[in-house]
Design a protein around this ligand. Structure first.
Ligand code: NAP
Length: 488
């Protein structure tokens, strides 16, 4: 059966080509589903425009909008196992990870419910006594949200929740490879009582559905997570339309092990930072800088821990790394490793696809560590988005900072050191949106997230996250009997 999609509050067959969701661990079919056509996008946008302007939504009190998000959070938690299993089938991440992603989606819904309920408007400062000014926030209107395949349910809720909390309507285009979680989320929003038309889920190709969405004149904000090149092309479209965009883009994040680091903690943190999610994370710590004084000791521990990682079936307990999302992506990762070899790199572990036993049926690639290159090599400059770590030895802090910041990206960084003041100083000089000290990949919904340089524009999460989906208006109220000079 070809599954329907959620267009303007109705479950029906989209008029685009049929898409097949496959389990990356063995290529088996999860579902066949319809996708949206340009006509479906048009209908969804018109429904969204009517829905956000309807008095029932425009005049809904913040706690009424929040109530829907709280209910969705409860529904997500009640179905955590089912949603995690679905997400694992769709993108191949181990269950332990997808459970975390589902839990974070519930937390995000709750956080933005609270942010919306507690958003204060301001009485702005006034110099004259005969009027007062207020600054209020209002919805933007119809929001196009576009997401990648690596952490769907979490990144989708990071857009849907603040957009709805801000009083908007949202049209979400999930990645073509991973549409299932978004469709389930739509069912939960429906069950929670979200008025029709405020949310549509429009699976399909970015070049068709995504393009039609962002170019539509009634779409007044683009919220995008994905690759830097796609983000740049969407920014051009937004510039022509003069509409705001939030762009969460790629990364090539440096992790730094200083000579005073706790070697055991640092090695474990580095392994997790690059190899969890099989390296398919924007924030993956994919460039590692290790101080010469601890280089040998650290590398020995790093290699031991890496060799102990279990690559395997994502539905099996104890699996650390599942398959890559697709054969095409595996080929791109393998091409980068071949390039590293050509550039003179030495592959210390991994470096060949895994094809023993049942692994032969999926796109499994082992954790791979490369040394012998400098930061100018292409594999140190380009995002591989796979389980590939490049290690560079350094001796001097100034040189380290120059290399760590020598990247078009600026998403995240990690520092391992027992000297907190030194780590703090370094953190302030790293050109990126997030720095982890003695930890990595920890997330809090209350901490704003986003990139410097070509890693993005704007911030998601944090209390201000809801304001990214609102526009500000100043209102002047006259208090004088002669409000203007000519009225006396
Ligand atoms: P991508 O190719 O840029 O695709 C992202 C989304 O954009 C997909 O839904 C895609 O549709 C859609 N798209 C593609 N072309 C489009 C167009 N012309 N108009 C509108 N939409 C279009 O990225 P990806 O390969 O899926 O994801 C990996 C990238 O995402 C990496 O660079 C990673 O670093 C980045 N990422 C960033 C963050 C962050 O928070 N900074 C988080 C996660 C991932 P299709 O499915 O048809 O391709």
């Amino acid at each position: 059966m070809v599954r329907p999609i959620f267009i303007g509050g109705e479950w029906r067959q989209g008029r685009g080509p049929i898409s097949v969701s496959r389990f990356p661990a063995d290529g088996s079919v999860n579902a066949e589903l319809s996708t949206a056509s340009r006509e479906d996008v048009e209908e969804a946008v018109q429904a969204a425009e009517r829905a956000w302007r309807a008095p029932s939504w425009r005049q809904a009190l913040p706690h009424q909008r929040a109530a829907i998000l709280y209910k969705v959070a409860d529904l997500i938690e009640a179905r955590l196992e089912q949603l995690a299993a679905l997400q694992t089938r769709d993108n191949g991440k181990p269950l332990a990870e997808t459970r975390g992603l589902v839990a974070s989606a519930a937390g995000t819904a709750r956080y933005f419910a609270a942010a919306c309920e507690t958003l204060d408007e301001q009485l702005t400062s006034q110099r004259a006594a005969d009027f007062m000014t207020l600054s209020v926030h209002e919805p933007i209107g119809v929001v196009a949200a576009i997401t990648p395949w690596n952490s769907p349910i979490a990144s989708e809720m990071q857009k849907i929740a603040p957009a709805l909390a801000g009083g908007n309507a949202v049209l979400l285009k999930p990645a073509d490879a991973t549409p299932l979680a978004a469709l389930e989320l739509a069912r939960l929003f429906e069950e929670a009582g979200l008025p029709k038309g405020l949310l549509s889920i429009l699976p399909g190709r970015g070049s068709v559905v995504g393009d039609a969405l962002v170019r539509h004149p009634l779409v007044r904000k683009i919220s995008f997570t994905g690759g830097t090149n796609t983000g740049r092309s969407l920014a051009h479209i937004a510039a022509d339309k003069l509409i705001p965009t939030s762009l969460e883009l790629g990364g090539k994040s440096p992790t730094i092990v200083l000579e005073d680091a706790d070697i055991e903690l640092a090695a474990k943190g580095v392994v997790y930072g690059i190899f969890s999610s099989a390296g398919q994370a924007c924030i993956a710590g994919s460039r590692l800088f290790v101080h010469g004084a601890v280089y040998e000791r650290f590398m020995e521990r790093l290699l031991t821990l890496t060799r102990e990682l279990r690559v395997g079936h994502p539905e099996q307990d104890g699996t650390h790394m599942g398959p890559l999302i697709s054969e095409a992506h595996l080929q791109s990762v393998a091409d980068y490793v071949a390039l590293a070899r050509e550039e003179g790199g030495e592959v210390l572990c991994g470096g060949e696809r895994l094809s023993e036993g049942t692994l032969a049926n999926g796109s499994f690639y082992p954790p791979t560590i490369i040394t012998g290159l400098n930061n100018g090599a292409r594999v140190c400059q380009e995002e591989i988005f796979g389980p590939v770590l490049v290690v560079i030895r350094f001796e001097d802090e100034a040189d380290l900072l120059g290399q760590a910041n020598d990247s078009i990206f600026g998403l995240a960084a990690g520092i391992w050191s027992e000297d907190f003041r030194r780590a703090w100083r370094l953190a302030r000089r790293l050109e990126c949106g997030t720095v982890w000290i003695n930890t990595y990949k920890k997330f809090s919904v209350s901490a704003p997230f986003g990139g410097y340089k070509e890693s993005g524009l704007g911030r998601e999460k944090g209390r201000e996250g809801v304001l990214a989906y609102m526009q500000q208006k100043s209102i002047y109220v006259g208090l004088s009997d002669t409000p203007n000079p000519w009225c006396c």
